[in-house]
Design a protein around this ligand. Structure first.
Ligand code: HEC
Length: 104
């Protein structure tokens, strides 16, 4: 009985988990992040995987990444700068920052 319950729980949970990942990627899509970023290749901006490697082990990583996304950055040397994102809700921002740091 226990085993069946567990199998059932996993079966119910898995599609939800993958839906969550898609939802977070959708936030990035909706906010034009992929114009300059990609998950694994450097375009105009560092890949999300590179960002995850840089901030992923930092205990304030999610906070730092959220601040960058909200306020944008002006690169000192590069010509490209990243625009601020003021329309996203805090919940979306949090979900997006968490998702980025999971791209390893
Ligand atoms: C117009 C191009 C552009 C768009 C659109 C853009 N970015 Fe960026 N982003 C950049 C650039 C360029 C940098 C690197 C800035 C620098 O030199 O440190 C950057 C840096 C970052 C960083 C920090 C990396 C670091 O090492 O400091 C994060 C996190 C990030 N972007 C997330 C996002 C997210 C999420 C979105 C969508 C909401 C987004 N970006 C949209 C150009 C862009």
């Amino acid at each position: 009985m226990k085993k069946i319950t567990l199998t059932l729980a996993v079966a119910l949970l898995l599609p939800q988990l993958s839906q969550m990942t898609q939802a977070n990627e959708q936030i990035a899509r909706d906010n034009q992040c992929f114009k300059c970023h990609s998950i694994d290749v450097r375009k105009k901006a560092p890949s999300f995987q590179a960002i995850a490697r840089e901030f992923g082990s930092d205990k304030n990583g999610i906070q730092e990444v959220s601040t960058v996304i909200r306020k944008g950055v002006r690169s000192l040397f590069g010509a490209e700068k990243m625009p601020a994102n003021t329309r996203m809700s805090d919940a979306e921002l949090q979900a997006l920052a968490t998702w980025i740091l999971q791209q390893k």
